[in-house]
Design a protein around this ligand. Sequence first.
Ligand SMILES: Cc1cc2nc3c(=O)[nH]c(=O)nc-3n(C[C@H](O)[C@H](O)[C@H](O)COP(=O)(O)OP(=O)(O)OC[C@H]3O[C@@H](n4cnc5c(N)ncnc54)[C@H](O)[C@@H]3O)c2cc1C
Length: 83
Amino acid sequence: MREFDYRRAHDVQHALALLAADPEARYLGGGTNLVDLMKTGVERPTRLVDVRELPLDGIEPTAEGGLRIGATVTNSDLAAHPG
Ligand SMILES: Cc1cc2nc3c(=O)[nH]c(=O)nc-3n(C[C@H](O)[C@H](O)[C@H](O)COP(=O)(O)OP(=O)(O)OC[C@H]3O[C@@H](n4cnc5c(N)ncnc54)[C@H](O)[C@@H]3O)c2cc1C
Protein backbone atom coordinates (compact mmCIF):
# COMPACT_ATOMS: atom_id res chain seq x y z
CA MET A 1 0.00 0.00 0.00
CA ARG A 2 1.30 3.48 -0.81
CA GLU A 3 1.79 6.09 1.88
CA PHE A 4 -1.15 8.43 2.40
CA ASP A 5 -2.19 11.35 4.56
CA TYR A 6 -4.90 10.63 7.18
CA ARG A 7 -7.14 13.42 8.51
CA ARG A 8 -10.11 13.25 10.86
CA ALA A 9 -12.86 15.73 9.96
CA HIS A 10 -14.19 17.79 12.91
CA ASP A 11 -17.32 18.98 11.14
CA VAL A 12 -18.91 18.97 7.70
CA GLN A 13 -17.18 22.16 6.50
CA HIS A 14 -13.81 20.72 7.58
CA ALA A 15 -14.54 17.49 5.69
CA LEU A 16 -15.45 19.40 2.52
CA ALA A 17 -12.35 21.61 2.76
CA LEU A 18 -10.01 18.66 3.32
CA LEU A 19 -11.38 16.85 0.28
CA ALA A 20 -11.40 19.94 -1.92
CA ALA A 21 -7.75 20.63 -1.09
CA ASP A 22 -6.57 17.35 -2.61
CA PRO A 23 -8.02 16.01 -5.89
CA GLU A 24 -6.79 12.49 -5.01
CA ALA A 25 -8.43 12.47 -1.54
CA ARG A 26 -11.25 10.08 -0.57
CA TYR A 27 -13.68 10.06 2.33
CA LEU A 28 -13.21 7.16 4.75
CA GLY A 29 -16.30 5.54 6.31
CA GLY A 30 -15.79 2.09 7.75
CA GLY A 31 -13.08 1.37 5.19
CA THR A 32 -14.52 -2.06 4.36
CA ASN A 33 -14.43 -1.38 0.62
CA LEU A 34 -11.91 1.40 0.29
CA VAL A 35 -9.05 -0.12 2.30
CA ASP A 36 -9.31 -3.44 0.43
CA LEU A 37 -9.18 -1.54 -2.89
CA MET A 38 -6.13 0.37 -1.64
CA LYS A 39 -4.37 -2.86 -0.71
CA THR A 40 -4.82 -4.18 -4.25
CA GLY A 41 -3.83 -0.85 -5.84
CA VAL A 42 -7.23 -0.26 -7.44
CA GLU A 43 -7.72 2.88 -5.32
CA ARG A 44 -4.62 5.03 -4.72
CA PRO A 45 -5.75 8.04 -2.67
CA THR A 46 -3.12 10.46 -1.42
CA ARG A 47 -5.35 11.48 1.52
CA LEU A 48 -8.11 9.83 3.57
CA VAL A 49 -10.63 12.13 5.25
CA ASP A 50 -12.23 10.20 8.11
CA VAL A 51 -15.89 11.21 8.44
CA ARG A 52 -16.95 8.67 11.06
CA GLU A 53 -17.19 11.20 13.90
CA LEU A 54 -19.45 13.63 12.05
CA PRO A 55 -22.99 13.91 13.52
CA LEU A 56 -24.66 12.55 10.38
CA ASP A 57 -26.22 9.34 11.72
CA GLY A 58 -29.87 10.38 11.45
CA ILE A 59 -32.61 8.55 9.53
CA GLU A 60 -35.53 10.92 9.00
CA PRO A 61 -38.73 10.83 6.95
CA THR A 62 -39.01 13.44 4.21
CA ALA A 63 -42.10 15.45 3.26
CA GLU A 64 -42.32 13.45 0.00
CA GLY A 65 -42.70 10.16 1.89
CA GLY A 66 -39.09 9.02 1.55
CA LEU A 67 -36.22 8.72 4.01
CA ARG A 68 -33.19 10.94 4.38
CA ILE A 69 -30.29 8.69 5.42
CA GLY A 70 -27.26 10.35 7.00
CA ALA A 71 -23.80 9.74 5.59
CA THR A 72 -22.59 7.88 8.70
CA VAL A 73 -25.61 5.62 9.26
CA THR A 74 -24.42 2.03 9.58
CA ASN A 75 -25.86 -0.82 7.52
CA SER A 76 -27.12 -2.49 10.71
CA ASP A 77 -28.86 0.65 12.03
CA LEU A 78 -30.48 1.13 8.64
CA ALA A 79 -31.57 -2.50 8.43
CA ALA A 80 -33.14 -2.26 11.91
CA HIS A 81 -34.95 1.03 11.18
CA PRO A 82 -38.76 0.60 11.02
CA GLY A 83 -38.97 2.77 7.87
C1 LIG B 1 -16.88 -8.95 3.19
C2 LIG B 1 -17.85 -7.85 2.76
C3 LIG B 1 -19.21 -8.11 2.84
C4 LIG B 1 -20.13 -7.13 2.45
N1 LIG B 1 -21.45 -7.39 2.55
C5 LIG B 1 -22.34 -6.46 2.22
C6 LIG B 1 -23.75 -6.68 2.33
O1 LIG B 1 -24.19 -7.76 2.77
N2 LIG B 1 -24.61 -5.69 1.98
C7 LIG B 1 -24.16 -4.49 1.53
O2 LIG B 1 -24.98 -3.62 1.24
N3 LIG B 1 -22.84 -4.25 1.40
C8 LIG B 1 -21.94 -5.20 1.73
N4 LIG B 1 -20.59 -4.95 1.59
C9 LIG B 1 -20.18 -3.67 1.08
C10 LIG B 1 -19.92 -2.67 2.18
O3 LIG B 1 -20.47 -3.05 3.40
C11 LIG B 1 -20.59 -1.41 1.70
O4 LIG B 1 -20.01 -1.01 0.49
C12 LIG B 1 -20.47 -0.30 2.71
O5 LIG B 1 -21.38 0.70 2.36
C13 LIG B 1 -19.07 0.26 2.77
O6 LIG B 1 -19.09 1.24 3.81
P1 LIG B 1 -17.78 1.81 4.42
O7 LIG B 1 -18.26 2.86 5.39
O8 LIG B 1 -16.88 0.76 4.92
O9 LIG B 1 -17.13 2.52 3.12
P2 LIG B 1 -15.60 2.83 2.77
O10 LIG B 1 -14.91 1.57 2.35
O11 LIG B 1 -14.96 3.64 3.86
O12 LIG B 1 -15.84 3.77 1.51
C14 LIG B 1 -16.40 3.25 0.29
C15 LIG B 1 -16.48 4.42 -0.72
O13 LIG B 1 -17.43 5.40 -0.28
C16 LIG B 1 -16.79 6.66 -0.10
N5 LIG B 1 -17.38 7.24 1.13
C17 LIG B 1 -17.32 6.71 2.38
N6 LIG B 1 -18.01 7.49 3.24
C18 LIG B 1 -18.52 8.52 2.50
C19 LIG B 1 -19.33 9.65 2.82
N7 LIG B 1 -19.77 9.88 4.06
N8 LIG B 1 -19.65 10.48 1.80
C20 LIG B 1 -19.22 10.26 0.54
N9 LIG B 1 -18.45 9.22 0.18
C21 LIG B 1 -18.11 8.37 1.14
C22 LIG B 1 -15.31 6.36 0.04
O14 LIG B 1 -14.49 7.44 -0.36
C23 LIG B 1 -15.15 5.17 -0.90
O15 LIG B 1 -15.04 5.60 -2.25
C24 LIG B 1 -19.66 -5.89 1.98
C25 LIG B 1 -18.29 -5.64 1.90
C26 LIG B 1 -17.38 -6.60 2.30
C27 LIG B 1 -15.89 -6.31 2.23
